[in-house]
Design a protein around this ligand. Structure first.
Ligand code: TXA
Ligand code: MG
Length: 324
């Protein structure tokens, strides 16, 4: 058996034994456990120091495995929309909020009537899901409120002493968390922006989803908290890097720029999100660069805003939450 296959088998054995394992997905690394085992799920909350009122996503290999866990009425608009989106984007970075069946433990949904479900694309996540007979509860594998991990080393640095196994699946291709979609009175609503954009969804559904994104500290829906994805170093979003550098003159400044250019900035450290401005490349690199800057002992991190189009909309959403 290859090293990676024996690690996957080890992950399956630990999950069957009610343990928590960090696994790669195409978005970010997840902290996974048997989603039907309340004791195992509680370990996730403890490791992340996550409040129990913040519900978890259940991960499935495919829709056939999902159906016992949701309650989609035949011929309902919701069922039709789900089927269209599932064929267009799954497995992939899209999470659905759907009416739950009795099989979903209340600890997963924080007592809400809807359960969040997703079908990860990463081949290792798929192999693990195919090797077990329960869904995996998996939030991002970071301490609650901190930046999500987009490679195994990020998980190791943040939670290495708390998890028995981190399955290394390389760098996550997506780099930011899945888009979350749900329905209110048959209207599709995006609750978390992500790699699947509102335009992508509109193209297949024929209607434009509304946004219901949490901005303040008030919680409309559980889990849509503002203070998220935040580095420990003071972080500021910038539309004019040079002007902002002047504001922090006596400080050790780190700058994350969108495009690699030859501009000479008089700061301690500069990192670039992309060579040519490709938005998917920016998303893939975003958290890795934020992690790197956060470890560089700086007083302040200035991050340049992405263009507010396509995936740039989700990137700017994450950036706005990194600034606390
Ligand atoms: O890309 C992703 O979705 C990653 C990978 C690991 O799959 N997972 C992830 O999980 O980002 P987490 O727990 O870090 O973020 C899930 C978000 C949280 O804001 C949570 O509150 C919300 O989804 N959520 C989960 N279940 C919910 C529910 N039943 N109702 C409302 N919001 C829910
Ligand atoms: Mg998270």
């Amino acid at each position: 058996m290859s090293a990676i296959n024996s690690t996957i088998q080890q992950a399956i054995d630990l999950l069957n034994a009610g343990e928590v394992v960090a696994i790669p997905t195409e978005t970010v690394y997840g902290l996974a456990a048997n989603g039907l085992d309340e004791v195992a799920v509680k370990k996730i909350f403890k490791i992340k120091n996550r409040p129990l009122k913040n519900p978890l996503i259940l991960h499935f290999s495919n829709d056939k495995d999902l159906f016992p866990f949701v309650d989609l009425k035949d011929n309902s608009q919701l069922k039709k929309d789900f089927q269209i989106l599932y064929s267009a984007f799954c497995p992939g970075p899209l999470t659905f909020l759907l009416p739950k069946s009795k099989l979903v433990p209340s600890i997963i949904t924080a007592d809400s009537e809807r359960v969040a479900v997703r079908f990860p694309l990463h081949p290792i996540a798929q192999q693990i899901l195919k090797g077990i007979n329960f869904p995996l509860a998996a939030p991002s594998a970071n301490p609650s409120g901190y930046i999500s991990p987009s490679c195994a080393a990020h998980v190791q640095n943040q939670l290495g002493d708390k998890v028995k196994l981190i399955v290394d699946g390389g760098r996550c291709e997506g780099g930011i968390e899945s888009t979350i979609i749900g329905w209110e009175d048959d209207t599709p609503i995006i609750y978390r922006k992500g790699l699947i954009t509102a335009e992508d969804i509109e193209k297949v559904l024929g209607v434009k989803p509304l946004y219901k994104i949490q901005k303040g500290n008030k919680l409309d829906a559980p889990g849509m908290m503002t203070s998220h994805y935040a580095p420990s170093t003071k972080t500021s979003l910038s539309e004019n890097i040079e002007a902002d550098i002047n504001k922090f003159q006596s400080k050790k400044i780190g700058v994350i720029k969108i495009l690699k250019d030859n501009q000479n900035l008089s700061v301690s450290k500069v990192l670039y999100l992309s060579e040519k401005g490709d938005l998917k490349e920016i998303a893939k690199n975003l958290y890795a660069l934020m992690h790197e800057m956060d470890e560089a002992n700086l007083d302040v991190i200035l991050i340049e805003k992405a263009p507010e189009i396509g995936v740039g909309i989700a990137i700017n959403d994450r950036l706005s939450r990194a600034v606390v």
